[in-house]
Design a protein around this ligand. Structure first.
Ligand code: FES
Length: 318
């Protein structure tokens, strides 16, 4: 995956604790094309890499726009973006990748929780541009926490968006069971936001009978993983037959890198899917947020940046 150096053309507050960054090539030439749901890796000083969804219209190639929630409890990426990255700075990013694409559907329902609005904004632009049928539910703590509120109000899809604020009257809150009351073939659901929001919408969808393949989820940050019970195990590389020990305090990616075997990674939190590796035998201990429950149950691939093994040996297609 190629990387590129972009310049911060504009940095502006969008809501309480949220700023947006407009990124462009320093020489003004077009950026690589992207599709709705794409993200870029932003490489920050100190070796920190973070993924941010592109939230602008995907026909725009003169800029990428990202928005960042300042989260002092995160591992430092969002605070660095807020406090140290300034207009005019050069930043290294990856080319856009898309793990959260729109699929062709009769109708789409977008659920955005807080900063999870970023990929949804891009999706709304795309769906509106193609005349597709859709609605968007945008949930935030309050009006002040609602990024892009004014922009949405004047957009061509304004009438499709319902705002729901935690501090507003009960009748305007998201009634997920009502919105999801009737599963229909051809209707696809997209969910992005904090874990509690995603869990609420997806558990409601499942309870109402929505099939997993009509439910699309994007996580933007993993909760810390409890590693206290981790045990060592071994992995075997199918190509060479070599067996490697994975100590309790190392990930598969780290242990194999120490032996000179590199696996491409990005988020290293089980969120982005970059490191996905096929598993030929053994039982995975999935720790990621990337795969659906159905995909995890198939036990034929895992994310070695964070996932481990329940069996003593995993044979990997490496
Ligand atoms: S590197 Fe992102 S899921 Fe493993």
């Amino acid at each position: 995956m190629g990387s590129l150096v972009v310049q911060v053309r504009r940095k502006r507050p969008e809501a309480l604790h949220i700023v947006s960054f407009e990124l462009a090539r320093p020489d003004g030439t077009p950026l690589p094309a992207f599709s709705a749901g794409s993200h870029v890796d932003v490489h920050l000083p100190g070796g920190v890499t973070r993924q941010y969804s592109l939230c602008n219209d995907d026909t725009e190639l003169h800029r990428y726009r990202i928005a960042v929630l300042r989260d002092p409890t995160s591992r430092g990426g969002s605070v660095a973006m807020h406090d140290t990255v300034r207009e005019g700075d050069l930043v290294e990013i990856s080319e856009p990748r898309n793990h959260f694409p729109l699929v062709h559907a009769q109708r789409s329902i977008l659920f955005a929780g807080g900063i999870g609005v970023t990929p949804m904004l891009c999706m709304a632009h795309r769906l509106a541009a193609t005349g597709a049928e859709f609605e968007m539910h945008y949930c935030t703590r309050s009006r002040e926490h609602t990024a892009f509120r004014d922009e949405i109000h004047v957009s061509r899809f304004a009438a499709k968006v319902q705002f729901h604020h935690d501090d507003g009257p009960p009748q305007q809150r998201l009634d997920a069971p009502a919105v999801l009351a009737r599963p229909e073939p051809g209707v696809h659901l997209y969910v992005c936001g904090p874990k509690g929001f995603i869990d609420h919408v997806t558990s409601c969808a499942r309870a109402q009978g929505w099939p997993g393949d009509q439910l699309h989820v994007e996580h933007f940050g993993a909760a810390p993983i409890d590693s206290t019970g981790d045990r060592p195990f071994r992995v075997q590389l199918a190509s060479s037959g070599a067996v490697h020990e994975i100590p309790a305090d190392k990930t598969v990616v780290q242990a194999l890198a120490a032996q000179g075997i590199e696996i491409l990674v990005s988020c290293e939190q089980g969120v982005c899917g970059t490191c996905i590796t096929r598993v030929l035998s053994g039982e995975c201990d999935h720790r990621d947020l990337y795969f659906t429950d159905e995909e995890k149950a198939r036990n034929d691939q895992f994310t070695p940046c964070c996932s481990r093994a329940k069996s003593p040996l995993l044979v990997l297609d490496l």
